[in-house]
Design a protein around this ligand. Sequence first.
Ligand SMILES: Nc1ncnc2c1ncn2[C@@H]1O[C@H](COP(=O)(O)OP(=O)(O)OP(=O)(O)O)[C@@H](O)[C@H]1O
Length: 335
Amino acid sequence: MIATESLSKRFPRVTALDRLSMDIGPGVTGLVGANGAGKSTLIKILLGLSPATEGRAAVLGLDVATRGGEIRERVGYMPEHDCLPPDVSATEFVVHMARMSGLPPTAARERTADTLRHVGLYEERYRPMGGYSTGMKQRVKLAQALVHDPQLVFLDEPTNGLDPVGRDEMLGLIRRVHTDFGISVLVTSHLLGELERTCDHVVVIDGGKLLRSSSTTDFTQTTTTLAVEVTDNDEHPDGTRALRDALQARGIDTETGGELPGAGHTILLTAEGEETYDIVRDLVADLGLGLVRMEQRRHHIAEVFKDEPRQEPETERAAAWAATAAAQQKEGGAR
Ligand SMILES: Nc1ncnc2c1ncn2[C@@H]1O[C@H](COP(=O)(O)OP(=O)(O)OP(=O)(O)O)[C@@H](O)[C@H]1O
């Protein structure tokens, strides 16, 4: 879908992209990086709107340097910033964008109605957009990116400014753009955690350089940590404590991994192999406790980057990235 080869973009004072080489296939791909990492610059080059300083890129097999017009016919784009005219309604605006993409009047009106319904805008679509909430505006921006039925969409920070509920709804919509319509998606975010739930593949850039490109499952591969949760009983009013003591007696060290109301505590231990599962199961049965949960923990993407070596630790960008990773780490821990 997208290929770049040693792609660079230099502004007089900043190198926004630095010899970036990557391949992105179909599906939902997250492009993640701190503010200023180069995400928007990359999207503008991929749309053929801004020339690269060096290197090459192709979208849907089309060279961005020479075939920008054809790329924009086949690719939808949701820009990051608010760009909606306040005095017109969502319907008028999206019909206009559909017409600009070459759809005849009747098809433009039909596609607009379908697309606005799909993104969850109903009666409000006839009201001027100046009175819309941020969530509604983001939905209109998404609709105009989809209205001409593109093969691929670029969504630049679609969850920006949304509250947690709005963010979850937007992430669900993005996932459905691919599952319901078969449209591939490149979505940018500075929040690592939200891409983990939505994307098949994640590309991480920092300071315009490629840090990592992997499938989400590779990022979130299972750890050797086993999380176990048990109920209490009359004989063991603190079932967690009883199981921890029993495991300790078998030479297995444990720690607690937080509390879940009404369901006892979570015990964390290192699984040496299949036999660890058997030991836990047998001890739980011997103590007469109920086994609520026994599962391998998975990494969160943010944990993968927690210890990533910094290339330019002194730069502001590095500080921004570290802050983002730290915030995500906290968010991951809270889940
Ligand atoms: N037209 C421009 N002229 C000069 N510098 C620019 C220009 N556009 C972007 N930059 C710089 O290039 C770097 C990358 O910017 P870019 O907007 O691509 O980052 P980003 O990852 O999209 O971050 P954000 O989400 O904050 O927009 C930044 O340092 C930015 O200041």
